[in-house]
Design a protein around this ligand. Structure first.
Ligand code: SF4
Length: 290
């Protein structure tokens, strides 16, 4: 059978579910291609994955099954596909990608994870899907899981180079966690998050602990959710005093798919464009833009 896989909105990022579907169907003797929606009719069967709620859904023929959190948060891959090693060749990746844990212990109102995945659970062993030295891990709160912490020990022992690209929860980053993270070789600077002012003391303590234990590189990256600009600017200025790298993300309501405002986009552009951020104050940038 010829299977067509359609990545609806993952323009800058490989789709893990499609890579698993590809591995499964190829292992069962089928031909699998990653295709654009207009070619769906050339295939006997197919799957489309839509990650974001705010992206448009293309018109697809009935024999294409649609999934992904942007289409249906409750829909899951069958067990035999969920735990298969992904077909990294589908996107020509030279690194591995996956989850050690799913879910999260928290319930931040802006986040889809609690609704989609529930509380924290052990998901996989790193050996199940790591096929390269470099591994990108998309866990939402790995430090909240005993299994996750044991997996980080294993990652350090295997000398893999990793990036927890969703950030680490600074409230859980105690001395033990900082010591453990310092054993790891990092693909990118360690990522933390400062999504509200209440997080500032936690971020400060986490940065101090990571530096104390010499987790390198020592200039960490910190996600900054941008909702109200005065609140975000206060957090960004605070992060500057810690000598860490802010990365601004404009707020989107995942329930309504509401778009960020022009000001939120401008703010994120100013923060994330480092030559601009390092040389021009926000107020001057706003004046210049008129
Ligand atoms: S800690 Fe992170 S993953 Fe967990 S609910 Fe909050 S934003 Fe979502």
């Amino acid at each position: 059978m010829r299977i067509g896989l359609i990545d609806v909105d993952g323009h800058n990022y490989p789709n893990l579910a499609l890579m698993k579907l590809s591995a499964f169907y190829k292992a069962n003797g089928h031909t699998v291609d990653l295709v654009t929606p207009d070619r769906a009719n050339e295939y006997d069967a197919g799957f489309a994955s839509k990650v974001f709620s705010f992206t448009p859904m293309p018109e697809l023929p009935k024999h294409i099954e649609v999934g992904g959190s942007g289409a249906d948060v409750a829909k899951k891959l069958p067990e035999e596909i969920e735990y298969i090693c992904p077909d990294y060749g589908l996107y020509g990746l030279d690194y591995s990608l996956g989850f050690l844990t799913r879910g999260c212990i928290r319930a931040c109102p802006w986040c889809i994870v609690p609704e989609k995945e529930g509380g924290i659970t052990a998901h996989a062993d790193i050996a199940e899907f790591a096929r390269h030295r470099d591994v990108v891990l998309m866990d939402n709160n790995v430090l909240a899981s005993e299994h996750g912490l044991r997996q980080i020990e294993k990652i350090a022992a295997l000398n893999l180079r990793v990036d927890f690209n969703q950030g680490l929860d600074t409230r859980l980053l105690d001395d033990g966690a900082a010591r453990l993270l310092a054993k790891v070789t990092w693909l990118k600077p360690i990522r933390l998050a400062c999504d509200s002012r209440a997080m500032m003391p936690h971020v400060q303590r986490a940065v101090e602990r990571l530096r104390w234990h010499n987790a390198t590189p020592r200039r960490y990256s910190v996600y900054v959710l941008v909702k109200e600009i005065p609140d975000a600017i206060e957090r960004v200025r605070f992060l500057k005093t810690l000598n860490v790298e802010p990365f601004a993300q404009p707020y989107r309501d995942f329930r309504t798919g509401g778009k960020p405002t022009r000001e939120q986009w401008d703010f994120a552009y100013w923060v994330n464009n480092k030559p601009l951020y390092n040389s021009v104050a926000w107020e001057d940038y706003v004046k210049h833009k008129g």
